[in-house]
Design a binder for this molecule. Structure first.
Ligand code: OGA
Ligand code: MN
Length: 293
């Protein structure tokens, strides 16, 4: 297995490994460490079915079954279909989250996510150039760069994160196929507090864990002060120097760290530019500090 960092501060290519086969314990540890260090790992040229994507993801933690569970692989509720494609009857075959803005998956959940694993089967391209890229930001670096006074203000503080902030924002967009959250879905995902600073379980370093997709306000802080602080943090983390963009190729398996990065799906492709991706969400259910040691 060769790991080639791409010098953007985030992102590395991992080659010389077939993810359709079980990971050896050494390879598992190497991949886990690289995930913490580089944030976004691309394994190019893979060919996995839903069961194999699920098996690879499940090595790293429990797989989440999405609360709205709209589209998934047959027999694999944990493997979501991300797509803008339609079947012969004109019905959508996947959920497309493009245009959702910057967020961290599962920050709205009491149990947070370690990683996402996405496997591209179809990638839209226009005039030879990939569209539908996925963008990332480095929250290890964003934390490190905060002024000492801001680090102090957010240490030990929590922000309230709410799944509905994001869902409702997506729902009102033109062409959305999302319905209102049902009372049952809402009850499963109530607003939750999340520490604004976390020690990353793989790297042991602090990260800024706060994203504009789900964070509503700082718990126990005057609302105006909270708004100003979140606004400051969202601008701070949006700086160009933390940015990395992944251009997809068919066969890519992309695994990203959901504790140390934010991500955004670029909505620059149309309904006649097919994109199809298999996806699992890995929950942070294991002792990664011990596994990475
Ligand atoms: C996700 C997501 C990005 C993309 O899977 O959580 O935000 O580019 N996807 O599809
Ligand atoms: Mn996401």
């Amino acid at each position: 297995m060769q790991i080639t960092p791409n010098n953007a501060g985030l992102g590395a290519r991992v080659e010389g490994i077939d993810l359709a086969r079980p990971l050896s314990p050494e390879d598992f540890r190497t991949v886990l460490r690289a995930l913490g260090q580089y944030g976004v790992l691309c394994f190019p040229g893979q060919d996995l079915d839903a069961a194999a994507v699920s098996a690879f993801g499940a090595r790293f933690g429990e797989l989440e079954v999405n609360v709205a569970n709209l589209f998934h692989a047959p027999g694999h509720p944990e493997v979501m279909h991300l797509s803008n494609m339609k079947d012969a009857a004109g019905k959508p075959i996947g959920l497309s989250d493009a245009g959702q803005g910057w967020h961290t998956d599962m920050s709205y959940s009491k149990e947070i996510a370690l990683a996402n694993v996405l496997h591209a089967k179809r990638v839209p391209r226009r005039n030879g150039k990939a569209v539908g890229c996925t963008q990332f930001r480095n929250m290890h670096a964003a934390y490190d760069d905060l002024p000492a006074e801001v680090k102090q203000r957010i240490e030990g503080r929590s922000a309230i994160h709410d799944f509905a902030k994001f869902w409702d924002m997506m729902r009102i967009r033109p062409g959305s196929i999302r319905g209102p959250l049902t009372p049952e879905q809402r009850a499963k995902k109530p607003p939750v507090p999340q520490p604004m600073v976390r020690v990353h379980p793989i790297t042991g370093r602090k990260v800024l864990y706060c994203n504009s997709g789900y964070a509503m306000f700082v718990e126990g802080m005057d609302r105006a002060e909270s708004d100003a602080l979140l606004d400051y943090l969202f601008r701070h983390q949006a700086q160009e120097k933390y940015f990395y963009e992944h251009e997809w190729n068919e066969g890519d398996v992309l695994m990203w760290d959901n504790i140390g990065t934010l991500h955004n799906a670029v909505a620059d492709y149309g309904p006649d530019e097919p994109r199809f991706i298999l996806r699992v969400q890995v929950m942070a259910s294991l002792d990664y500090a011990a596994l990475a040691a």
